[in-house]
Design a binder for this molecule. Structure first.
Ligand code: GLN
Length: 491
């Protein structure tokens, strides 16, 4: 059996008993084995996967089964999984096996999904290339057909790079991700798949290793909008264990998917035109608007005037929260411990050995912007800017229902590039970060190729808790783009 089916196709085949969950899982485990070079997984859970698949087959046989019954998925290794090593891509969690299951992954298992393993990621989800993982970079299954990156391995984007690479390479039907400033949408764009970050509060953060708590949000990757809608429905919902999770019912996202965009007002933010962006991205953006217009949508220009402050604001708020969240890794309670003569020495030795460069950089920046004397100038100021950015969206949504932008300012780049220049790396998030700061939902849909044959994504943003409209517009975009390109299968 191949692993070419979409989640929706696999569900139908499983329900009709044309295939078994065990066969489907076995095929995916074999594909993973064959794709070891991609380094998409940190931990494989083959035995558990087969046991879960057998349990699914038993339920399917009885005519039972949940929304995702028998569907093999990859779980970003930022979600705590009971009894399965969880690393957050960091050496500092060496040997950590959580005694609990994250709410989101627990919901997936309740819906019948099968866990293939834990997907690689940037260390503590800090990055845009998956190059900061202590477990090595992930490779994007796509290759450039020409240009400077031809013949080189490309990044899958980040931080959820393992999840995106696995779904693009047909190693999993879908995957979880988390998005703090773009970590679902940007890797989805780089890998030619779909990725949704729902509204902040839509999915529980309980049991997800924290990076920046006011921004972190779980979401899903899949190869179609419909599959993404299914995954999100299973993952989302109120959780009393997360005080920021919203007590708002979760709609059946897949139900209204084919409703089209007739009468929908699509906003084009003029501030999202950045200098030096490849022409192919600009053109695709224009084309995206034309496609939606042809479907009956009304295109309106909108203004998000504080966009240019979003990146600096994010790179104050996120490191500030990270520096506080990461204080818990002291060598006493979790993971790695490097012994020293006294307690302070042990903290220092453990943190020096356990954290990578990017994580240390963020802790330093975060501690600095929160320190007495600089707090007002940086952190407080950033909070005010964040409120302005959120207001921009509120005003824009008086004139439109969704906003269309490119997902990222470039296609996937070669492994090793941009790593020595953190600012260039941070620019990857220029189009994704504003919605994160405002807590709004966003999706990336593969819509075209660049001049070198690499996938490009378009992003749709929506109103808070209106993932339904975002997904419906995304489906229209997907249908119009008819993106059937795919990476070359691995030998
Ligand atoms: N690339 C961004 C960062 O490095 C976003 C990461 C994320 O969304 N987790 O912070």
């Amino acid at each position: 059996m191949t692993t070419e089916m979409t989640l929706t196709q696999a569900r139908a085949a499983l329900a009709q008993r044309k295939i078994s969950a065990r066969e489907l899982t076995t095929a995916h485990l074999a594909a993973i084995e064959n794709a070891k070079v991609l380094n998409a997984f940190i931990t494989l859970t083959a035995e558990r996967a087969l046991a879960m698949a057998d349990a699914s087959d038993a339920r399917l046989k009885r005519g039972e089964g949940g929304l995702l019954e028998g569907a093999p998925l990859a779980i970003k290794d930022l979600f705590c999984t009971q009894g399965v090593r969880t690393t957050a891509g960091s050496k500092i969690l060496d040997g950590f096996t959580p005694p609990y299951e994250s709410t989101v992954s627990a919901k997936l298992w309740q819906a019948g999904a099968v866990m293939l393993g834990k997907a690689n990621l940037d260390e503590f989800a800090m990055g845009s290339s998956n190059m900061t993982s202590a477990y090595g970079p992930v490779i994007n299954p796509w290759k450039a057909k020409s240009g400077p990156a031809k013949g080189r391995d490309l990044v899958p984007g980040g931080s959820s790079g393992g999840s995106a690479s696995a779904v693009a390479a047909r190693l999993a039907l879908g995957a979880t991700g988390t998005d703090t400033g773009g970590s679902i949408r940007q890797p989805a764009a780089f890998c030619g798949i779909t990725g949704i970050k729902p509204t902040y509060g839509r999915c529980s953060r309980w049991g997800i290793v924290a990076f920046a708590s006011s921004l972190d949000q779980a979401g899903a990757f899949a190869r179609t909008v419909e599959d993404t809608a299914l995954l999100l429905r299973a993952m989302a919902g109120h959780d009393p264990k997360d005080s920021t999770s919203a007590a708002i019912p979760v709609p059946d996202y897949a139900a209204g998917l084919n409703g089209g965009v007739k009468g929908l007002r699509v906003g084009i933010p003029k501030e999202y035109r950045v200098d030096g962006m490849p022409e192919a991205i600009d053109k695709l953006w224009v084309k995206g608007a034309e496609w939606l217009k042809a479907g009956g949508a009304e295109i309106v220009e909108v203004s998000l005037p504080h966009t240019k402050y979003a990146l600096p604001c994010y790179y104050i708020v996120a490191p500030a929260e990270a520096s506080s969240n990461l204080a818990r890794y002291d060598g006493v309670r979790f993971g790695l411990r490097v012994p020293a003569d006294d307690l302070i020495g042990q903290y220092e030795a453990t943190r020096a050995a356990g954290f990578g460069r990017e994580v240390k950089r963020r802790i330093l920046i975060g501690t600095y912007v929160l320190s007495a004397g600089y707090y007002d100038a940086y952190y407080l100021q950033a909070q005010k800017v964040r409120a302005r950015i959120a207001e921009d969206f509120t005003k824009a949504y008086e004139r439109c229902d969704v906003i269309l932008t490119p997902t990222a300012p470039s296609a996937a780049f070669a492994i090793g590039d941009q790593l020595d220049d953190p600012i260039a790396m941070y620019l990857n998030d220029v189009f994704t970060v504003p919605a994160s700061l405002a807590g709004l939902p966003g999706i990336s849909v593969p819509a075209g190729l660049d001049a070198h044959g690499l996938p490009l994504g378009l992003q749709l943003l929506g109103r808070a808790f209106d993932e339904t409209t975002v997904l419906r517009a995304a489906k229209a975009l997907e249908d119009a783009a008819a993106f059937t390109h795919r990476p070359e299968p691995l030998p």
